[in-house]
Design a protein. Sequence first.
Length: 412
Amino acid sequence: MKFRWLLVVVAGALALFALGGPGWLPSGVPTAMAQTVRKSCAFCKKSIPASATKCPYCGKVLPKAQTKTTRSKAAPPKKTPPPAKETMVSCPSCRAQTPKDKFCKECGEPLDAPPPNKPTRVIPEYSVSQLAWHPRGNVLAAGDELGEAVFFTMPQAERQTPLSGGLGSGVSAMSWSRDGNRLLTTTTDGRVWVHDLYTREQISVSAPSNEIVLVARWSPLQDEKIATLGADGLLRFMDPITGNQIAQHDLGETTAMDWSPDATIATGHASGLVAIRDQYSLAVRKTLREEGGGYAGHLSYSPTGGMLAVGLDPPQLVVFDLNKGTHTTFSLSDTVFTMTWAPEGRRLAVDCMEKVLIFDVWARVKMLELPVTAGAMAWSPDGKFLAIADAEGIGLYAIPPDHLAMPKRSGG
């Protein structure tokens, strides 16, 4: 009987082990079954064999085991920091936005350039009496009092080959042809020279007239004629190919002349008369100013021909709007020696004795005063620089158009 009871106990223990393992045994019983790998039921949280698919306690089917695989994680790639944003500044010379550096990437000028009333660069060329900036802006021609005409590559200001042979006398006027291939130069002995830009060779020269040429202009249509005004008050027309004089006119003490883009000729006279004339007959089309009240010493058409600036003595500047039939008068403290328009036809540079005044003609105000005694002046074709020749050399002044709030305007 006792033996049968013992068999029942052993069989029960084996059954218990099959069902639950060591969890059914008293705690602290050292047995090999206690070393079985176990896990927790996902529902009732009781300890069950790791191989069980159904919990013996709550009877629920266990979800598939999530095998956690420990992998050595590769180090994340180092993030390259984005490149630092370049600091952009406005170039004081050309006003373009450029990275902050020593020099502007657009025009090559130093970014610590001086204010507009100081030159950004001085070309060491002295005794310059005339300046003419090439229409394409890459060459600046300078004529001096010794009869030499030299060229500078711009904006580098590198000296180029001068005109061959020299001119013999001081340069009194200078002007480029419309296509920029020929340079018109006049000298104090009254001669008119035409040279080829590329060969630097003489194309033609007129006979000396022993009268200083005050003004020389190409005809605005096809450069087929040259007009000059001498100190004798005579208006002459010349053939630029042969150098021969075509015609000569005495209009009565003519002291100033300019040839408009619309092919009319404006003349100023010692009597104060300012007239618009036909370019062929020189008959008066319109009288802008009657005789009396001042000596009309200088005339300058705006680039489009819509305005005419007149320098008078006693000192006064009058700008006529030829489209509207109106005029604006600016008072001056000194006599006008020369004047030149900026390419956009709004700014006008006027040389008055020991200073150069720059007027905003549209706004009718003086916008800038340069303390310099100018021997000659010329604007760059883009209007960003004004070249002024004085005793120190040729100074390049940065006066870009966006010094002004440029409103839209017709004419000019």
